[in-house]
Design a protein around this ligand. Structure first.
Ligand code: PNS
Length: 166
């Protein structure tokens, strides 16, 4: 069995992310949910990297073969340091593919392992971190979209920002 790295912002982690992680662990043996820097989102994250790591660790505590880690710099360097066999990404739509393809090709140039795409489960294909944040900001129920601890943390973060959370 081998190790795959599943990178993302995870701001916040959703049930769709958890499903991809579980399926990647079944395929590779070990998957690392890797909280990485997306410089195009710098300063715009709702949750701190520490909170995102902590929430991912709590949500995956009972899942075999799933680790959580921070990627301090380039993903390709992190993959090399872990001896990873693959990068795993989830695909919900053609729009996701359009965004992911240049990253996969660039990571390849940087010496990263193959990027393997897993299709999102139909039940999760509409879930995105951005939509989850929008629903939470407007006081909606996100309990069917994210793990329980994440729903709690979101409500807290939204209240802190002055949003009308019940
Ligand atoms: O969830 P996101 O924000 O779409 O994930 C993007 C992410 C974090 C996977 C991407 O920005 C990334 O790989 N960042 C690590 C830094 C890096 O290696 N960048 C160049 C390769 S794309």
């Amino acid at each position: 069995m081998s190790l795959a790295v599943y990178p993302g912002s995870f701001d916040p982690l959703t049930l769709g992310h958890l499903d991809i992680a579980a399926r990647a662990a079944a395929l590779f043996g070990t998957v690392v949910i890797a909280v990485a820097h997306n410089t195009s989102k710098a300063g715009r994250h709702l949750l701190s990297a520490e909170d995102r790591l902590d929430l991912a660790r709590r949500a995956t505590a009972d899942m075999g073969g799933v680790e959580v880690d921070l990627v301090p710099g380039l993903l390709a360097d992190y993959c090399r340091s872990r001896g990873a066999s693959a990068i795993v990404k989830g695909l919900r739509s053609g729009t996701d593919l359009d965004a992911e393809l240049p990253m996969a090709l660039l990571n390849r140039d940087l010496g990263a392992p193959e990027t393997v795409f897993l299709t999102a489960a139909p039940a999760h294909a509409h879930i995105s971190s951005s939509l989850v944040k929008e629903v939470a900001a407007l006081g909606g129920d996100v309990s069917g979209l994210v793990p329980g601890a994440v729903a709690h943390a979101l409500a807290h973060a939204m209240r802190r920002q002055g949003h009308p959370v019940p």
